[in-house]
Design a protein around this ligand. Sequence first.
Ligand code: 13P
Length: 266
Amino acid sequence: MAVTSDSRRIPLIAGNWKLNFDHLQSIAFVQKLAWVLQDARLDFRAVEVAVFPPFTDLRSVQSLIAADHFPLVFGAQDVSEHDSGAFTGEISGAFLKALDCTYVIVGHSERRAYHHESNESVGAKAAAAIRHSLVPVICVGETAEDLEKRGAAAVPVEQLAAALSGLPTGADIVVAYEPVWAIGSGQAATPEQAESVAAQLREVVGEALGSDAADRTRILYGGSVNSGNIARFLREPNVDGALVGGASLVVDEFAKIARFQNHVGV
Ligand code: 13P
């Protein structure tokens, strides 16, 4: 299958806040982010900007964005594979959809590592997201040990194939390639590695969901992204955005990342 840059893929710059910001801090942050981006005349038709706050912030973020018509979207950091029932502490995709979430992150490496999420449960969560018309942001990535033993792509390819196995043809998803060793380390992957793995992940999407889905699906890079390296990743034809952790907590830095098109030539 040919892998090419597709103009239908609007770049997605996504901020994963992880366990940071309560609902009051989230309001202050989103307000400032929208103002900074609007002041800078960011063309929101050319780049989509999303934030992923903790669950308890979602209602506040929803209300603010709706009331002020901010051109920002948002999602949750996790979802239950179940829709309802006796599952203490879980959050249903139905509840997230009712709060106007567009996206939900599934299978982040921190959940795989600290909450023992398997490929099967990540697949079930992705399926739950699709059932509730949420777009799952399916995270995959290799550890330093995987990289040494099997190269960069083997584990991400396996993880993605497993996560997609129960999804319908043509399902609307986003993939985030996040090498575990690059997360929070200050040491990002090279753009060449991100491109090579992203191209292989696109093949996996094509095999599982069909060639139209492969062309449409945005594949993000994540792991120590900042305003100084974002433009180099986005120049790669198969990298369609970024999932940003630490740098997404600083308004001006995250806004600069969203404005990567201003420094593509850098
Ligand atoms: P950092 O940008 O802090 O490396 O985190 C990346 C990440 O895990 C986003 O989901």
